[in-house]
Design a protein around this ligand. Structure first.
Ligand code: AMP
Length: 212
C-alpha cells in the first residue's frame, strides 16, 4: 500500500504516521524529518532548506522533488510506503505521477484551525529517534525526556507563533488545492482528527481497513 498523508501543520500527521507504520508495516517517509536531519548535520541540502523552513515557507519544489525521488528509488520502498508531508503543492503531486509512483490513497487528517496553534505550541520532539510529544495531550513519563531513547526533548525552531502563521498561510495557498486534486482522482480518504490521539488513530485505521 502506498499512502499519502495530508493535513495542515499541527494536525498530528507525524503521530498518526507512527501508528500507521505500526499496523501496516509501510516505510515512513517524512520530508520534514529528512530536512531536519540534513539541517542538524549541516549538509548543503540542510543549509538550503533552512533558509525557507525558518521563515515558515515551503522549500522549493525542485529541491524537494529530487530528494523524494532519491528516497523512493531505495529498495525498501517497494514493499509500500507512506509519504508524510509530501506532496505539498500541485507541481509536487504531478512530479510524483511523472515518477510513475502508484498511490493507493491520500488520507486527509481534518482538524479545526482553532486547535492547530495549541497542538503546535505544545509539541516537543526527540532529536535522536524523532518521537513526538505534547506537553498536555501526550506528555513523556519524565518531563523533557524521551520515553523511547532517553534523549532530551526540544521544541522545533519553526514551532513559534510567527513562523506558524506563515506555515498555515502556505498550507492554505499551496497545499489545500491537493484535497480537490486527489478527490477528483477518487483517492481521497477524509478522517476526523479533532479527537484524542487514540480516537484519531481509530478513525485512521477504520478508513484504511475499509479501503484495503
Ligand atoms: P513538517 O515537519 O512536515 O511540518 O515540515 C517542516 C518544514 O519543512 C515545512 O514547514 C517546510 O518548510 C518544509 N517541508 C516539508 N515538506 C515539504 C514539502 N513537501 N515541500 C516543501 N517544503 C516542505
Amino acid at each position: 500500500m502506498n499512502i499519502i498523508l495530508l493535513g495542515p501543520p499541527g494536525a498530528g500527521k507525524g503521530t498518526q504516521a507512527a501508528k500507521i507504520v505500526e499496523k501496516y508495516g509501510v516505510v515512513h517517509i517524512s520530508t520534514g524529518d529528512i530536512f531536519r536531519k540534513n539541517m542538524a548535520e549541516d549538509t548543503p541540502l540542510g543549509k538550503k532548506a533552512k533558509e525557507y523552513i525558518e521563515k515558515g515557507l515551503l522549500v522549493p519544489d525542485e529541491i524537494t522533488v529530487n530528494m523524494v525521488k532519491d528516497r523512493l528509488a531505495q529498495p525498501d520502498c517497494s514493499a509500500g510506503y507512506m509519504l508524510d508531508g509530501f506532496p505539498r503543492t500541485i507541481p509536487q503531486a504531478e512530479s510524483l505521477e511523472e515518477m510513475g509512483q502508484k498511490i493507493d490513497c491520500a488520507l486527509d487528517l481534518e482538524v479545526d484551525y482553532s486547535m492547530l496553534i495549541d497542538r503546535i505550541s505544545g509539541r516537543r520532539m526527540c532529536p535522536d529517534c524523532g518521537a513526538s510529544y505534547h506537553i498536555k495531550n501526550s506528555p513523556p513519563k519524565k518531563e523533557g525526556i524521551c520515553d523511547k531513547c532517553g534523549a532530551k526533548l526540544y521544541q522545533r525552531d519553526d514551532d513559534n507563533e510567527e513562523t506558524v502563521k506563515s506555515r498555515l498561510k502556505e498550507y492554505d495557498e499551496k497545499t489545500l488545492p491537493l484535497i480537490e486534486f486527489y478527490q477528483k482522482k477518487n483517492l481521497l480518504l477524509k478522517v476526523d482528527g479533532n479527537g484524542t490521539i487514540e480516537e484519531t488513530t481509530a478513525n485512521v485505521y477504520k478508513a484504511l481497513d475499509s479501503f484495503k
